[in-house]
Design a protein around this ligand. Sequence first.
Ligand code: AMP
Ligand code: MG
Length: 488
Amino acid sequence: MSLALGSLFTFDNSYARDLGELCVPWQAAPAPDPSLVVLNEGLAAELGVDAEALRGPEGVAVLAGSATPEGAASVAMAYAGHQFGGYVPRLGDGRALLLGEVLDTRGHRRDLHLKGSGRTPFARGADGKAPLGPMLREYVVGEAMHALGVPTTRALAVVGTGEQVVRDRMEPGAVLTRVAASHIRVGTFQFAAATRDTGLLRRLADHAIARHHPAAAEADNPYLEFYTGVIEAQAALIARWMLVGFVHGVMNTDNMTISGETIDYGPCAFMDAYDPATVFSSIDHGGRYAYGNQPAIAQWNLARFAETLLPLLDEDTDAAIEKATEVLLSFADRYEHHWRAGMHAKLGLADGAGDQPLVDDLLTLLQEQEVDFTSFFRALSRAAAGDAGPARALAGEGFDAWAERWRRLLPARPGPEIAQDMDRVNPVYVPRNHLVDEALTAATDGDREPLDRLLAVLARPFDERPGLEAYALPAPAGFGAYRTFCGT
Ligand code: AMP
Ligand code: MG
């Protein structure tokens, strides 16, 4: 079915136009009985889309993949990727489609992408479907990250398909509409590079430069400047993850964007007690994607990215390697810079005021005392305002000696003002695993209320509100070790 929904979205599909070799025109599987589960009104407004029209039967049919809006040219995108360190030459959108691109109200180009929309030529024997729970999880965590100020892809909507999908048990099927600056991944470059068609690789790089790092086009070596831009965007992104205790869980090169947005909320979760070894994914036995490994893994992925760009960096391969290596090695300093600036803000210190041992010693204390990462920094702002009780209660007696050093470095301003600034960067509310689980289970059983409440809480993560105390607490002891699952 093709609908005249030109007024709903105005598509301009530059990816399919510029890079036809990297995608396959494809249609979504029709959903037998689509129904809207959740619509992101704020994001719809940002896209300049009429939310009421999206709620109507035609809008829901589009969001389910059952109807193709006018101007859409849906394609499955090809990509490769290193998964847990092993190279897979052909991944691609196995259960997803790029519907098209739209210009949002600020003139920024955004991809509309359906996930869970049926098998494609990249499905590799899998069913192409997605259960409702994991799609809602992507919606919730993406919105939480957005509200926390972390660059991220976001969900415009989740619709139920009216069909059951087979996992451990039968589950209601769903389609998520993802909005992203683009879906170009490190894995997209790996796929293009593997074709050995340098013209194609160059077109992909030029396309990515135009969309994400336009200033690079003016540089002496645009592709080196582009690489530098991606390194910088990822260094900033990973630092933001670390500062809020986010564990992505599956940092394969196909899940790393060129735009610097977080993508693919699968086995991700927020850390409770501070521990660099924190892993949630049931399949990450070696802890490759543990919280504390994320910066090193990002750099590893960016080395794989550099390998794809070599033919564009210099005609001479050795010279290309030398140029790329120099930029790659700047990742550590760039990451350190963002992490340190962020940590200083979390601690209420002027940038550059604190010393590294102060931060390291705090993290050691938090780890030894198994302190809840999110709660601690809010308690610390109470200490800045004059009440050290909550922080001491969390971190134990060792807190006082550390706090004495910390206080000496605080700016000469009234404590309550410092506390206010700290509260602007240290969230009270993050999507805690037990709360997300509870909301998704209820929603899957048809009760939307816990999900709506959770979304409302997470939309203002820095703004402590009476009555929401339970949302600020770590999981009850009975919740146990949390496990998340891939391939959902
Ligand atoms: P992800 O773990 O979501 O990043 O997916 C990794 C790869 O597996 C991608 O190529 C996906 O398109 C593909 N994939 C994951 N789940 C399915 C599914 N149910 N059907 C088809 N392909 C899938
Ligand atoms: Mg993925």
